[in-house]
Design a protein around this ligand. Structure first.
Ligand code: TYD
Ligand code: MG
Length: 451
């Protein structure tokens, strides 16, 4: 690389800096600066003049045709997108290797093709032979899909334009490169430029583009910020590769709501949308055991029931262990301290393990009460009622606070067979057919569960 023709770009925030350093000045990330060549050609837009070919238009003069969407028929995928793929939009599907991104794209292509929506599946990762093997395994009618093994963007765009494909699926954006830039495929400059060119192609020519993006160690898609604001929709595919549940989460959506999730199961013949996602993570719950409590999370507009398991056992020598899986360990430490000080339960010589089943991560504080219930239950070795739901945030004073969206959570719990709910005495909202046990503070919780 010749001197003076490159900048140093942060893979975390995308900021450019004139010289290399261990730390990004803009976002403070360490070891995130990489050398990026400057574009060879300078775009015309950089030499803007005062005259312009574009025109302004009054909002009221723009027609209001309802948004067209292609439903793939993969119910959970359509749901997360907000009803299907919007023509001319760019969707990024991110996720760790092996989570099922290529499988999702292939199934999506097959479903679209079988409805007469023409698709082009471009893979820079697998050969057409391998794609064929995957399609056979999926038992989908995938014969009509055009496949292309290519990594050069110019050639991909040429084929897509020639075939007049309605949906172009590109696996992956990190293996694609453009001739216009120097630098290897996968570096931030290439990834960003390819995504931007695909976006322009989609807006100008009308096809939808679905991109696969690999998530890096830090959890971002090759410079997370740099891609997320280019595309219309960003979906993350999550889950433990060892478990068969997969969660597809919308983190950005210009054509639908964010934070919606779709739940799939990875089977021997591909991904299967889960029919009853609210209860998907309760499957296999052992109702008679102590140390287990159920709560309801809001995932976008959907309530989901999750089980929290706790186990307290006598510690050996040294500092007792605190192990939290699926929740922040600082949250656990805080709740243990509250339980000890305000609830009078000593944990000083107990090892404590807390686990959220199904690979779910708890972020909402509304799950505090269920964590406490599981802890109290394990300490007393006494199961909580199997038909009880716990919903509430716990404060440092041991008070139990109401949570948002109570009605929707309770309605879902009732549908799944729960009969009573422990929540803040200050909660408002109809509980329907559920028996309500209103609590002011955690003292009442411990008394109730010991009774
Ligand atoms: P893949 O879609 O290749 O993941 P990604 O593109 O995100 O890297 O699929 C990954 C895993 O899924 C792979 O380990 C095999 C498994 N799998 C199934 O269990 N059933 C199937 O029908 C298919 C196609 C894959
Ligand atoms: Mg793949």
């Amino acid at each position: 690389m010749s001197k003076g023709k490159s900048v140093f770009r942060c893979t975390e925030c995308g900021a450019d800096q004139p010289k290399w350093g261990g730390k990004c000045d803009a976002c403070g990330a360490w070891n995130s600066l990489i050398e990026e060549p400057i574009r060879r050609t300078v775009g015309r837009s950089d030499r803007r003049s005062v005259s312009s070919d574009s025109q302004t238009v009054r909002l009221s003069d723009i027609g209001t045709t309802p948004l067209q969407r292609w439903r793939t028929g993969l119910a959970e995928f359509d749901f997360v997108l907000g009803g299907g793929i919007v023509p001319g939009s760019v969707v990024l599907v991110g996720g760790e290797p092996g989570i099922g991104k290529s499988t999702l794209l292939m199934q999506c292509a097959a479903r679209l093709e079988s409805q007469g929506v023409s698709t082009l599946y471009v893979s820079g990762e697998e050969s057409p032979d391998q794609l064929r093997l995957r399609a056979d395994r999926l038992q989908e009618d995938a014969g009509g899909i055009h496949v292309l093994g290519e990594t050069r963007l110019e050639s991909i765009l040429h084929h897509a334009a020639q075939l007049k494909s309605s949906v172009v699926l590109l696996d992956s954006v990190q293996t694609t490169y453009t001739e216009e830039l120097e630098g290897a495929p996968g570096n931030v400059g290439q990834v960003r430029e390819c995504a931007a060119r695909l976006m322009r192609f989609a807006k100008e020519s009308g096809p939808a583009v679905v991109l696969v993006g690999h998530v890096t160690k830090g959890g971002g898609i090759a410079g997370p910020k740099t891609l997320e604001h280019i595309v219309d929709t960003v979906l993350y595919f999550e889950g433990e590769t060892t478990l068969d549940h997969r969660i597809l989460r919308a983190v950005k959506n210009r054509f639908g709501s964010v934070d919606e999730i779709g739940v799939f199961r990875m089977t021997g013949t591909g991904l299967e949308p889960v029919a009853n996602p609210a209860a998907a993570f309760l499957a296999g719950r052992s109702t008679g055991a102590s140390g287990s409590a159920v709560t309801a999370l809001m995932e976008g507009t959907r309530p989901m029931l999750v089980e929290i398991q706790a186990l307290a056992s006598k510690a050996g020598f040294g500092t007792p262990q605190r192990v939290a899986t699926g929740l922040d360990h600082r949250r656990l430490a805080l709740l243990l301290a509250v339980l000890e000080r305000r609830g009078g339960l000593p944990f000083g010589n107990l090892d404590v393990f807390v686990n959220v089943t199904g690979g779910v991560r708890l972020i909402e504080p509304s799950t505090d009460l269920a964590i406490l219930a599981a802890l109290v239950s394990t300490v007393h070795d006494r199961p909580v009622p199997a038909d009880a739901l716990f919903l509430g945030e716990v404060g440092l004073g041991g008070e139990i606070r109401p949570v948002a969206g109570v009605e929707r959570r309770l309605a879902e719990a009732a549908r799944q067979g729960f009969r009573r709910v422990f929540l803040s005495a200050r909660s408002r909202g109809a509980a329907g057919e559920l028996e309500v046990i209103g609590l002011e503070g955690i003292g009442e919780l411990t008394r109730r569960l010991a009774a």
